[in-house]
Design a binder for this molecule. Structure first.
Ligand SMILES: [Zn+2]
Length: 280
């Protein structure tokens, strides 16, 4: 289960409430060698020593990445993009043993972070942030669907010039938005009744407006319902948002028109869609 923009925002807000002002006493890393090999964790584990005695001053999320900022110029970036768990443990003694990173606070509480697939945990000085791919991608580029500047006019103008397909416009390294992965993409284009391979330049103004609304609605609904159903928040509470389209609709029919749902391999992942509502 991917942690996309809504889930990252939920976690960051909860962390902001409970962690700001807390001072880090110690940390523990385990089973991190695989992550380190692929660059998902600092090459030098001693980098994490910088967290000790730092006090958390801010927690924010943009895109799929969560940034915990410490008062000593140190940052912890957490991006459990393709699945992960971030838990706050009021009593550290009762925390789960399944984690990659555990941060213990002087208050005897702790934060545990587990990355289940691709995703990163990085301890970085503020002046090193710009060298991080995740930070650059999610904090310094693109537009977030929650930004004030993300308006229907802005989006329609931008998308109508792009000769690329909707997936590459919305997902991945060339996306004009941050925080949307393949999961949200399927849901969004189903809501907007658009064929996945359609190109930006081929959308009429009504379709571009509908796509904009679908993005806003999806993000808002997932925030309101506490994230997707497989998601666990900082306290282990399950999200209640059921995707309108995606792998969970396999072998079912479209709720609008009754056509059996189909799937295609597209843009480095599987895309489920309704061939009638989303005809080419
Ligand atoms: Zn349909």
């Amino acid at each position: 289960m991917s942690i996309e923009l809504p889930e990252a925002i939920i976690l960051a807000k909860q962390m902001h409430e409970v962690l700001v002002g807390k001072e880090i006493e110690s940390y523990h890393l385990q089973n991190f060698e695989r992550m380190q090999k692929v660059g998902f964790l600092n090459t030098n584990i001693a980098d994490f020593d910088r967290l000790i005695n730092g006090k958390i001053s801010d927690v924010r999320a943009r895109g799929n990445t969560i940034r915990l900022e410490l008062d000593n110029n140190v940052n912890l970036l957490i991006a459990p993009e393709y699945g992960g768990e971030v838990f706050y443990n009021k009593d550290d003694k009762k925390s789960s043993s399944k984690y990659h990173l555990k941060i213990s606070f002087f208050t005897k509480s702790s934060l545990t972070v587990r990355i289940k697939s691709m995703g990163c945990i990085l301890a970085l000085n503020t002046d090193e942030l710009d060298d991080s791919y995740m930070y650059k991608r999610d904090f310094l580029s693109g537009q977030s669907p929650l930004d004030e500047e993300f308006t229907s006019e802005y989006f329609s103008r931008k998308i109508s010039r792009l000769k690329r397909n909707l997936k590459s416009i919305l997902v991945g390294k060339d996306a004009i938005l941050v925080g949307i992965s393949n999961s949200a993409f399927q849901d969004i284009i189903y809501r907007a009744k658009l064929f996945p391979k359609k190109k930006g330049i081929d959308l009429n103004s009504e379709e571009a407006g509908g796509l904009f609304e679908a993005i806003k609605d999806l993000v808002q609904e997932r925030l309101q319902l506490g994230g997707k159903i497989q998601f666990l928040d900082l306290y282990g509470n399950k999200g209640k948002y059921i995707p309108k389209m995606g792998p969970n609709r396999k072998d079912t029919s479209c709720s609008d028109c009754g056509t059996p749902i189909e799937k295609m391999n597209f843009g480095g992942g599987q895309v489920y869609y309704c061939p009638t509502c989303q005809e080419p």
